[in-house]
Design a protein around this ligand. Structure first.
Ligand SMILES: C[S@@+](CC[C@H](N)C(=O)[O-])C[C@H]1O[C@@H](n2cnc3c(N)ncnc32)[C@H](O)[C@@H]1O
Length: 242
């Protein structure tokens, strides 16, 4: 299907985007999230030539398309909440971007807990960004993710209780975390690493962690949030290998 720039701009404007995707001709989708900043934080391998990649919770598909651009031989994007229309967005962005980018990324509407090697196979590299804290059963979810990971998992998530040295996990009552009732639980960094080892990853490396406690405290104050709670929270990226 050929679309001119003006048509494409109209189609882009009709969608509520999460990702900022460069669709060419100077058009970048107006995503809510700072996708370029996240791309830096997750340390996606520069060269994915010949690798199969699974992107769990893909939403608009930025990271799936980026894996394809970096040479992945097969990319499968899966999502459920947003793609089914129950969530904060829809599948329209993914479909539009895939068409405009002339991408061969495959898609499956699936829940994390339904992922099995029998249903989708196993993948060299699995991307699991921004999903873990939306799940009511994080350890079970990590078990499912591990089962479809052949070798390398890249996980980006929220962490909490950062002053505790021992493994621990925060449970959010109602919409306590970011006024979003779909946020359930966030481990601290030792807890996250131990959970990954418990589901079969032999090497676990935290490649990106939140800034200093003082920086988090000051940022919370600047945003009018409780520094006592907010200074405990942040986001991390972990790479884990079987
Ligand atoms: C915060 S967004 C993150 C999107 C993308 N991975 C990123 O990091 O930019 C969370 C995504 O996870 C999806 N999601 C939430 N719960 C899910 C579940 N149980 N199974 C599959 N996908 C889920 C949502 O639909 C949404 O697309």
């Amino acid at each position: 299907m050929t679309t001119n720039r003006e048509d494409l701009q109209k189609q882009i404007s009709a969608i509520r985007w999460f990702h900022r995707i460069n669709l060419g001709a100077g058009l970048v989708t107006p995503g809510l999230d700072d996708t370029p900043a996240k791309l830096e934080r997750v340390r996606l391998p520069v060269d994915l030539r010949g690798k199969s990649v699974l992107d769990i919770g893909a939403w608009d598909g930025f990271f799936s398309f980026e894996a394809e651009r970096r040479g992945a031989s097969r990319v499968l994007a899966v999502d459920s909440f947003c793609w089914s229309g129950e969530g904060w967005g829809s599948k329209a962005g993914f479909e539009l971007a895939r068409r405009v980018l002339n991408s061969k990324v495959e898609d499956a509407e699936m829940e994390v807990l339904d992922l099995t090697p029998e249903k989708i196979g196993t993948f060299d590299v699995v991307l699991f960004f921004g999903v873990l804290y939306h799940l009511r059963h994080p350890l079970l979810a990590l078990e499912k993710v591990a089962a479809v990971t052949k070798s390398h998992l890249i996980l980006e998530t929220k962490v909490d209780l950062m002053s505790l040295g021992a493994p621990a996990m925060a449970f959010y009552v109602g919409d306590e975390l970011n006024h979003d009732p779909t946020n359930w639980l966030a481990p601290n960094i030792p807890g996250l690493c131990d959970m990954l080892r418990a589901v079969g990853f032999k090497r676990v490396e935290v490649v990106d962690r939140p800034g200093s406690w003082l920086g988090r405290w000051l940022r919370a104050l600047g945003r009018g949030k409780s520094p006592r709670r907010e200074s405990q929270r942040g986001r991390v990226t972990v790479h884990a290998w079987k």
